[in-house]
Design a binder for this molecule. Structure first.
Ligand code: IDP
Ligand code: MG
Length: 148
């Protein structure tokens, strides 16, 4: 079963969209494996977005991710990485189609509410960055046979 790291970035918390966004992931059938609220340090933000170091928006992006609390989650399910990315929509809120999280709630490129890992390999590294192994919970959802 594939896992992905999802962050509800500080704009999602400030705009009180945490419940709305979690509901979309939950109703798709993904299984919540871990959840916590984190005030990201500059070090954590820099490690999370290391791939973007040197880009024009990098400093602003770190400022954004450390500007308030983030809700960090691990979601699990068949093709969880791609499924979560599809639910999120493309990076730029103005280009994200209606029906996606960014398409419905974001207008900005930077303040686009949600992060989702972009590959299973990235997901493994990002989950290890944000969660200790004992913070992830194994259980069998009672409807697993219906959702697959
Ligand atoms: P993604 O979150 O859709 O995977 P990435 O290209 O990995 O997008 O960029 C990481 C984050 O950096 C984005 O979610 C967004 O917050 C921010 N970002 C990306 N491109 C830009 C830009 O051109 N201007 C400002 N912020 C950007
Ligand atoms: Mg990305």
């Amino acid at each position: 079963m594939q896992r992905t790291l999802i962050l509800l970035k500080p704009d999602g918390v400030q705009r009180r969209l945490v419940g709305t966004i979690i509901e979309r992931l939950e109703r798709k059938g993904l299984r919540l494996a871990g959840l916590k609220m984190v005030q990201a340090t500059p070090e954590l933000a820099a490690r999370h977005y290391a791939v973007h170091q040197g880009k024009p928006f990098y400093d602003s992006l770190l400022q954004f991710l450390t500007s308030g609390p983030t809700v960090a989650m691990v979601w699990e399910g068949r093709e969880a990485v791609a499924v979560a990315r599809a639910l999120m929509g493309p990076t730029d809120g103005t280009k994200a189609p209606p029906g996606t999280i960014r398409g419905d709630f974001a207008l900005s490129v930077q303040n686009n509410l949600i992060h989702g890992s972009d590959s299973p390999e990235t997901a493994a590294a990002e989950i290890a960055l944000w969660f200790r192994p004992d913070e992830l919970v194994e259980y069998q959802p009672v409807d697993a046979g219906w959702i697959g």
